[in-house]
Design a protein around this ligand. Sequence first.
Ligand code: THU
Length: 124
Amino acid sequence: MASRSALKAAYSPYSKIRVGSAVLTDDGQVFSGCNVENASYGATICAERTAILKAVSEGAKSIQAIVVMTESAEPWAPCGLCRQVILEFATLKTPVILVNTKGKQKRLSVGRLCPYAFSPKQMK
Ligand code: THU
């Protein structure tokens, strides 16, 4: 599973929290990413944004599904910054699959995760 191998690549010497993410794009490609921390803390990038930025920088701008894997007892949902970035490249119906390494799963949609979202629609 792409998110699991991404999680293993996490660079998180400060929080020790490992997160892996994978996005499926409309052309069937899978891009994965991990959290990459920084000594300044503020320059840390989350796993979801790593995966999305990898996809976008390879030309894939439409996300069909996103998986977020954590080692927490309950699956964790993306932070606010990541939600905003997901919104940019997904639709409100796009599935968001939250899993932990033991296989516990929670399936949401972007719309459920981002009520009253500010999205590219407002910029049209
Ligand atoms: N983190 C993610 O990778 N994704 C999120 O949505 C929330 C937080 C990471 C960033 C940091 O390395 C650690 O978790 C603690 O915030």
